[in-house]
Design a protein around this ligand. Structure first.
Ligand code: CA
Length: 435
């Protein structure tokens, strides 16, 4: 599964978050990834009037400019010449423009990331690398189960790194993205320059940088700027080698999580049981209460959470699906990839590796999923009716859920923030406006 999935299916629209492009696979470590790309229409680089040679010329002009900038920052010509010699990678160029026809339900991601095979393999890895995990826990205070869960979700414990059909040269991927006509080109350009700087160091990988189509590298998929800031040499061989050294990759991830504010000894949160008649307006994703306060409202964490800890309450699939109390560490997982489905996958895999059970409440698996176009229509209609849902981007995120909750509340419906097919139809047909 994982990286292979994307090769056979239509990539989804969240370009940099590989987990989403690949539907089920690993994700790039890209801060703010959720904003990176919405569907970007492809545009010929040279403009309509230019001839067939315009695209290669524009690409060469762009890579030449990036090479010059990198040289000004001290990257030697021996490295920048590699950039100048590149041609664009057509598969990478097509990736951000791919659009998922249907919105993938959150339970599909979780199912794919929490197979029995992945859980069993994770437990084997925990045993195999036990001494390394001991040392990383002692040094960084990040527990082994969360690290192993990142490792499992990002690269299936490194197994995808051995697939020559998946792993690509990072400079070419990033050059393709940086020199394409996308609003995010400056982001990719900065990553490309970072990759050139890494390539120029003698403490990096021994050969050309390899990574995903989006330039995410190694066992836990660091983008080049993240590598520069947070990768560590944990095995002491003098290289920060997140490609072939499991200790380096896992310690680099622990180092990153610590830098982002990971709270040692704390959980990510827990599934929660709601009392009958619970006021769903309280599950607004944003209001933070102490665990004691949630308990006083009748919300019962399935796993034990410290009473003085804080959490927000979320119902990702509405009142018919499981509820979760999310604690500050969950937000750190979201720094890796801002998608809720991704973060819940990592969080829950860590629990399963620790030996805990699956969720007690199942998802509304029978629900029909909307197409991305349906979601865009829904978002537009909500906004027209006075319930701003953020950009009409075809993805259901916090702002869309908030708009659905507001619509529900204004119309006397239980405000669970989840639009199933009947509610979607009602909203699309509605002429009601916010009072
Ligand atoms: Ca090393």
């Amino acid at each position: 599964m994982g990286w292979r999935q994307r090769r056979f299916g239509a990539p989804m629209r969240r370009a940099a978050t590989i987990a989403f492009l690949m539907a089920l696979g690993p994700a790039a470590l890209i801060p703010g990834a959720v904003e990176i790309v919405s569907a970007e229409p492809s545009a010929p680089a040279g403009g309509a009037a230019a001839g067939a040679d315009a695209q290669p010329l524009a690409f060469a002009h762009c890579t030449g400019a990036v090479a010059a900038e990198a040289e000004a920052r001290g990257v030697p010509a021996g490295v920048t010449d590699r950039l100048r010699a590149l041609s664009p990678d057509a598969d990478v160029a097509a990736a951000p423009q791919g659009q998922a026809e249907f919105v993938k339900p959150i339970w599909s991601y979780l199912d794919a990331n929490l197979t029995e095979t992945r859980i069993a393999e994770g437990r084997r890895k925990l045993a195999e690398w036990s001494a390394t995990f001991d040392a990383i826990e002692a040094r960084y205070g990040v527990d082994r189960f969360i690290l192993a869960a990142f490792w499992g979700v990002e690269s299936t414990y490194g197994s995808v790194l051995e697939d020559p059909g998946i792993v690509r040269p990072v400079l070419r991927s990033l050059a393709t993205l940086a020199c394409s006509e996308t609003p995010r080109a400056p982001y990719w350009r900065a990553e490309l320059i970072a990759a050139l700087e890494i390539q120029a160091q003698d403490k990096g990988p021994p050969g050309p940088l390899t990574g995903s189509w989006a330039g995410a590298m190694g066992h836990t998929q660091f983008m080049p700027t993240v590598y520069q800031a947070h990768a560590v040499d944990f095995d002491g061989d003098g290289r920060r080698d997140i490609w072939t050294s499991v200790p380096d990759a896992l310690a680099s991830t622990a180092n990153y999580l610590t830098a982002m504010g990971w709270r040692s000894g704390a959980r990510w949160g827990s599934e929660a049981r709601l009392p009958d008649g619970f006021d769903l307006a309280l599950a607004d994703e944003t209001t933070e209460r102490s665990i004691a306060a949630w308990k006083a409202l009748g919300v019962v964490p399935i796993q034990a959470l410290a009473e003085d800890g804080t959490a927000t309450l979320i119902l990702p699939a509405g009142a018919r699906g499981p509820a979760f109390l999310l604690q500050p560490n969950f937000r750190i997982i979201l720094r890796y990839n801002t998608a809720l489905a991704y973060a819940l996958s990592v969080a829950h895999l860590s629990d399963r590796l620790r030996g805990e059970a699956g969720f007690t409440r199942d998802w509304p698996r029978g629900d029909a999923m909307p197409s991305a176009g349906d979601v865009r229509s829904l978002q537009s209609r909500l906004a027209e009716r006075g319930f701003p849902a953020g950009a009409a981007d075809g993805r259901i995120g916090p702002r869309t859920r908030a708009a659905i909750r507001a619509y529900q509340a204004a119309n006397g419906l239980p405000p669970d923030g989840y639009a199933d097919a009947p509610l979607r139809e009602r909203i699309l047909a509605s002429s009601e406006t916010k009072p």
